[in-house]
Design a protein around this ligand. Structure first.
Ligand SMILES: Nc1ncnc2c1ncn2[C@@H]1O[C@H](COP(=O)(O)OP(=O)(O)OP(=O)(O)O)[C@@H](O)[C@H]1O
Ligand SMILES: [Mg+2]
Length: 352
């Protein structure tokens, strides 16, 4: 129930150049309004293509809402935005049965999650009850109201934003709920050049208003279907498991990453590989994704917290220490070239 079956997405696979053209068009479109954040923009798209949900966490005014809106606007699909406030009710998110006087029957009025892209702005301002209503939909991809289950649309992605600073009137997401997000990204300040470009491009009018869709839900379904076919070598799968196991054994961590994290790590790696034009995942993809996919799910020990060690730093260190799969397989005395077997690298699918 938590996972859709392969045919449910219903998209036909895209050939290599069409995949590239469609995905690059979305990235380029978002970059018309978000200056100097290519890696962040690509990661946001990767999460969509990995059928995941994205948490954008950063200080005020760095373009979180703008990135969420730009991605939503780049794809011609249903978008709904929820501004989270303390008085928002769970039924505002999921929907509610109302009595229709004319038909003398109850009818279901859909809540904000009934869309392809749901932008949940300032999610930590909603009450825990409302937060959990949203987070349940994220996992189940369906809503049950008064005993009736309604399926959500495909693609379905929640992009939530929040500030890390603990301010009055915020309810930080509990770990169990953070685990539902495939990745957490920080925007970070633009570098001075990008900030200057922002002043030129965005000074007078808001370029977001002129942003037009460059893709649609059907294309996104096909992009997703293509990502699902990206090859993952056994050694790379093993590496993902080793990476996650390392978080569970790290002395600095009180809570390591969940099996859900392992699944989502691999899915996002497939999307990143496809965006890079590859039909197979490299261990480097997992290394690059370890912090955004794992760091928000784990909890440091009290000692590590006292030493002000961030989970980002702890995960980066684990990645550094863990040997790459291919290095592990090979004897240090092996002088043959690394790529073997049909002239392809060790992580590529064997063809022919
Ligand atoms: N990298 C960037 N490129 C282009 N514009 C940017 C960038 N960073 C910030 N801005 C601009 O800064 C303004 C604030 O952005 P936005 O509202 O998205 O911030 P936010 O992170 O959602 O803030 P808050 O936490 O207060 O909601 C917008 O006008 C946006 O265009
Ligand atoms: Mg905002």
């Amino acid at each position: 129930m938590t996972q859709q079956t392969w045919d449910e997405v219903g998209g036909e696979l895209l050939p290599h150049d069409e995949f590239r053209a469609a995905s690059e068009a979305i990235v380029a479109n978002i970059e018309r309004v978000i200056e100097g954040k290519t890696a962040t923009v690509r990661l946001a798209l990767a999460v969509l293509l990995a059928e995941g949900h994205l948490l954008i966490e950063d200080v005020p005014g760095v373009g979180k809402t703008k990135l969420a809106k730009a991605l939503a606007r780049s794809i011609d699909c249903t978008v709904r935005r929820i501004q989270f406030t303390p008085d928002l009710l769970p039924s505002d998110v999921t929907g509610v049965s109302v009595y229709n006087q004319e038909t003398h029957d109850f009818e279901f009025r859909t809540g904000a999650v009934f869309a392809n892209l749901v932008v949940g702005d300032e999610i930590n301002r909603a009450s825990p009850k409302t937060q959990s209503a949203l987070l349940e939909c994220m996992e189940e991809r369906q809503v049950t109201v008064d005993g009736v289950t309604y399926q959500l649309q495909t693609p379905f992605m929640v992009i939530a934003t929040q500030n890390p600073i603990e301010m009055e009137g915020t309810y930080p997401l509990p770990e169990a709920q953070r685990d539902r997000f495939t990745a957490r990204i920080a925007m970070g300040y633009p570098d001075p050049g990008a900030e200057l470009a922002m002043l030129d491009g965005h000074g007078a009018a808001d370029p977001l208003r002129e942003l037009r869709p460059v893709s649609d839900a059907d294309t996104v379904r096909r992009l997703i279907a293509t990502v699902r076919e990206v090859h993952v070598a056994d050694a790379v799968k093993q590496y993902a498991v080793d990476l996650v196991t390392a978080t569970r054994e790290a002395p600095d961590l009180r809570l390591g990453a969940s099996p859900r994290a392992t699944l989502q790590l691999l899915r996002t790696a497939r999307a990143v590989a496809a965006l890079e034009g590859r039909d197979y995942v490299l261990p480097d993809d997992l290394q690059a994704l370890a912090v955004p996919v794992l760091a928000h799910r784990i909890i440091p020990t009290a000692d590590a917290q006292l030493a002000r060690r961030t989970t980002d730093a702890i995960v980066s260190e684990l990645v550094h220490r863990l040997p790459l799969p291919h290095d592990r397989q090979r004897s240090p005395y092996d002088t043959r070239p690394a790529a073997e077997g049909h002239g392809r690298g060790p992580y590529e699918p064997r063809k022919g």
